[in-house]
Design a protein around this ligand. Sequence first.
Ligand SMILES: [Zn+2]
Length: 697
Amino acid sequence: MRFLLPLTATALVCLASPAMAKPAANPFFTPWKTPFAVPPFAQIKTEHFMPALEEGIKQQKKEIEAIVKNSAKPTFKNTVAALDDSGLLLVKVYNVFDLLKGAETNDALQVIEAKVGPLMAANQDDINLNEGLFQRVKVVFETRTTLKLNPEESTLLEKTYRRFVRGGANLTATQKDRLRAINGELSSLKIKFSDNLLKETNAYKLVVDSKADLAGLPEGQIFAAADAAKQAGLAGKWVFTLKSPSIWPFLQSAENRELRRQILTAYSTRCDKGGDTDNKAIFAKLASLRVEKSQLLGYKNWGEFVLAENMAKTPENAYKLMEQLWVPSLKVAKQEAAELQAMIDAEKGGFKLEPWDWRFYSEKVKKAKYDLDEEAMKPYFPLEGVRTGAFTLASKLFGITFTERKDLPIYNPEVQAFEVKEKDGKHIGILYMDFHPRPGKRGGAWMSTLKEQWIQNGKFITPVIYNVSNYSRPAGDAPALLTPDEAETLFHEFGHAMHFMLSNCRFRGSGNVAQDFVELPSQIMENWVFEPEMLKLYAKHYKTGEVIPEALVQKLKKAGNFNIGFAWTEKLAASLLDMDWHTLSDAKVLDATSFEKSRMEKWGLMAEILPRYRTPYFSHSADEYSAGYYSYTWSEVLDSDAFQAFKDKGNLFDPQTAKAFRKLLSKVGSEDPAAIYREFRGRDPKVEALIDKRGLK
Ligand SMILES: [Zn+2]
């Protein structure tokens, strides 16, 4: 359930160097004549990116120079708003690049990516460390109380000022040089980390050549594995990979314990085996550079630096919440482990529960205890049906509609484009959806923007947004059938899309949202997925169209918190690991293996559960979500509490509450999150709804 912050003008900027291509040939240099000015993907070639990015930087540099050289006294409009308005070409190019490098990459794009990353970081520094620009922003900031700014303007001014200070504007010349060097190195290391991970994830194949070793696996999975084998030139065999739609169902169903051990071991030792693609030293170096950077900027550690901008404010507050949930989660997980062990013993298994047994036996216990079989559920969750369910939910809550537009350019034949409209037909924006794994797509699921909503010279710019994910493909004659987890992820990413789709802000900078608030719009959507009222609307058998039977709904509801101890323990273990790495206050480069081991021992993580991510493949923690993995938990406090507002009304689609929530969505990021939340709920968030919902007492 990954989510990447959209890149706004404030979050980026870029390079300098080689010769320019002929501008006329480059589609980035002309206005797009496509419907809704979406990118003309067919015309955009790899070689267009570098010249367009370079030109974009050049243009923004000029725009910034004009701001700095303005002889008029600094005002909000001629400085802060002008800065927010700058860099339009660069954003236009980078957004397309960013989409393709995640969803449709190849060797040529990866070569460019390795250059673009550090250059973007360098150019970001050129802005953040521009003394003349900072002085103007500072003048506006220092007179802010006299300026009669509206809340969105005040927020943008404060964010802008803090960005400069956090970017090093108050440092000495020597310190600034050091900061630039650190930023450049961080950027290169992050790219190397993610390339290594992609490489190792793609490289592994579990090849099965005997049918007996497939025992326990459902037919759909066997089909998919046979298909994967064919594509790998291994026709007649079966191939399983470390991609989510392959490994997790395998671990759930495969009776062959040795093969389960092999695939989970391959997964959990990715980038941890030495050699060129080992990530341990890279991660440790990232952590150490972050200590140095945060201390240069006056903070004790990276966690303090990051959380100062978040709703949590300090690592202590984040730890407090995590610890509050960690103790009961671990307690429940231990009870679960005992149940699984009892099942193993009853079967005379003669072994002790290990991480590669957990999913397999918990599936069995679930069947025995709740008579609930995930495979029996899947026919009610065809991908099309679940997607329609998400659309239906948005229609019921916000009164909006979705129409597929086959006339829009797409970047891969599998991608679908939808136009989103108000009830009265008014255009809101475009949503691209790209659902299945491909070799050029990185793992996970995410949302980002090709064009963000804002108001340009009085003109309302409508957003273009995408959801990219890696759900199971159709197998055999059946359409793509989702697991309940996948259905939840689809709603989650769709929630992010709704946030940016329904945004109503003047500034692009308002799209930068505190990390621990930004998961509220997505996670709240997960609350509806398995509610009986909602299931009736979308969970229909792909063959018969029959609505999911009431008995199955009841079972699902009863089993709702099954295995919750495991899920929370692995999630919180990763969150704690991330925060532990980022609250170090000594820049010494540590040995990642022993650090992780000692922290997990300190927290008392049980041996049967691995942290959801281990250090060598913890890409959230290596990158945008460093010191931020707790955000999912923090946001879950918010989403559970917000969803409770609907429940309290006795109507999960209560129009008044939905209207208030749409208002919240329209201005996320444009004001202080705590204030926006208070306006919606009439009070601060409370943790009780979450503890209740998850049964973690
Ligand atoms: Zn998310």
